[in-house]
Design a binder for this molecule. Structure first.
Ligand code: HGY
Ligand code: MN
Ligand code: MN
Ligand code: MN
Length: 421
């Protein structure tokens, strides 16, 4: 285990960086001119560049950096003088992710990582001497944008996904997670639950850009998280008869694209029947996908979320029923496959109350967005901080955080880390 080197000169005494400054330093990484915003899939050059940036920034601060068997990067501020195999037990851990959705915003993930680095600067400037080890963790594949399962890194750590299933996951080009992770220095056979790493986490606090309008409406910069809506992802595969666009009469067609259109409308109709169901079809892939070709199959992915897991299940059952009818009406086959499902998660109330005491008056918000914190909450005491997004829009280039709010978030995180550790 590498221990924290003596705080490097550039860390000791240097003025705290600003979140805005750190974010500006990565603003050119993974930009997506075609979609706008950022496209930083896990293990892409862009995401790897951000990992290298995080490692460099951590080492500048004298943190000891290591990557675990699941590809999670840990940057440690060890207790001065601590050594031995238990030196990092009961750590206060913060962090987030650096991968993005396609065409995503600048802040979803990186804000939590940059704020953690600045929070460490603030603590150093205050002369804070940790009595508990402190770490920043960066989790791979939080968005599930490449291999289809959100929070893949934290699920592996927490034992929330079967490692064999994880190894078999494929990206849109057919590469398996096993092969891609091996190509980036991991041993696929070591992917999976890491009880030693989990045992080191005394508490986990993730700071994240708010992805809704809560803080706009409250006119506050920072909130505590209370819960994460249950959410799942299903793949709907519709199969028909591929054929020529010009020689096939309409009455002779079994076109899965037509069935898909009916299914997409049904998803919205099912959501409207129940209050607060959030059902989305954000991705559809026809096979083979030629302009002059009647598709032989269509895959579409359905994201369904609701505070009550039973309502989510009922909505998905309705969608399956409507899809079966739509497929039959077009002479097509259908298959609805669950790809991931996370129950509604309530954060640890004791930890949340401790944070509320450290951040007097901070409002409390639930979130419809999933987070690594939502996965870890099943295993370790976990909390979240949200920072105002004045557009209220996320998973979009429009996502934004004002500089003052970003600094307020880092200051709040510093107060929390100091108060806990
Ligand atoms: O999908 C989500 O809610 C998260 O941004 N991964
Ligand atoms: Mn995120
Ligand atoms: Mn996201
Ligand atoms: Mn997250």
């Amino acid at each position: 285990m590498t221990t924290t080197a003596e705080h490097s000169a550039s860390a000791a005494g240097a003025p705290p960086a600003t979140v805005a400054g750190l974010m500006a330093g990565i603003a050119g990484t993974g930009t997506d001119p075609a979609r706008g915003g950022y496209t930083r899939p896990v293990f892409s050059t862009a995401e790897q560049d951000l990992r290298a940036w995080f490692t460099e920034q951590s080492e500048l601060r004298g943190l000891a950096v290591e990557t675990d068997a699941n590809g999670i990067v840990w940057a440690w501020w060890d207790v001065p003088g601590a050594s031995g195999p238990r030196a990092r037990d009961n750590a206060v851990v913060t962090g987030s992710h650096l991968d993005s959705v396609p065409g995503g915003g600048a802040f979803d993930g990186p804000l939590g990582v940059a704020s953690a680095l600045v929070a460490i600067d603030i603590l150093r400037a205050r002369g804070h001497a940790p009595v508990r080890p402190l770490a920043i963790a960066v989790f791979p594949e939080e968005e599930g944008s490449r291999f289809g399962v959100a929070c893949l890194g934290s699920r592996l750590l927490a034992g929330a996904i079967d490692p064999d299933r994880a190894r078999r996951l494929r990206d849109p080009d057919g590469n398996t997670f096993a092969d891609v992770s091996a190509a980036h220095g991991l041993d696929p056979n070591r992917l999976g639950p890491d009880t030693a790493a989990l045992a080191r986490i005394g508490q986990f606090v993730e700071l994240h850009v708010e992805q809704g309008r809560g803080l706009i409406d409250l006119n506050r910069p920072v909130a505590l998280g209370s819960s994460i809506l249950g959410h799942g992802r299903w793949r709907l595969r519709l199969t028909g008869q591929g054929n020529h666009a010009g020689t096939t009469l309409t009455e002779d067609r079994r076109d899965p694209m037509v069935a898909a259109a009916a299914c997409i409308s049904a998803v919205r109709a099912v959501a409207l029947r129940r209050r607060n169901v959030r059902a989305t079809v954000g991705r559809i892939v026809p096979v083979p996908g030629g302009t002059n070709v009647i598709a032989s199959a269509v895959d579409l992915w359905i994201d369904v979320r609701h505070p009550d897991d039973a309502v989510t299940a009922a909505a998905v059952a309705d969608i399956g029923h409507e899809a079966r009818m739509a497929a039959a009406g077009e002479g097509c086959g259908m298959e609805l496959i669950e790809e991931s499902l996370s129950p509604t998660t309530h954060f640890d109330t004791g930890l949340r109350d401790a944070l509320a005491a450290l951040l007097p008056g901070a409002p409390v918000l639930d979130t419809g967005a999933g987070h690594d914190a939502g996965v870890l909450a099943a295993r370790v005491p976990t909390a979240m901080l949200f920072v105002r997004n004045p557009t209220g829009v996320s998973h979009s280039p429009e996502e934004h955080v004002e500089d003052d709010d970003a600094e307020a978030g880092a200051l709040a995180l510093a107060d929390v880390l100091a108060g806990l550790g």
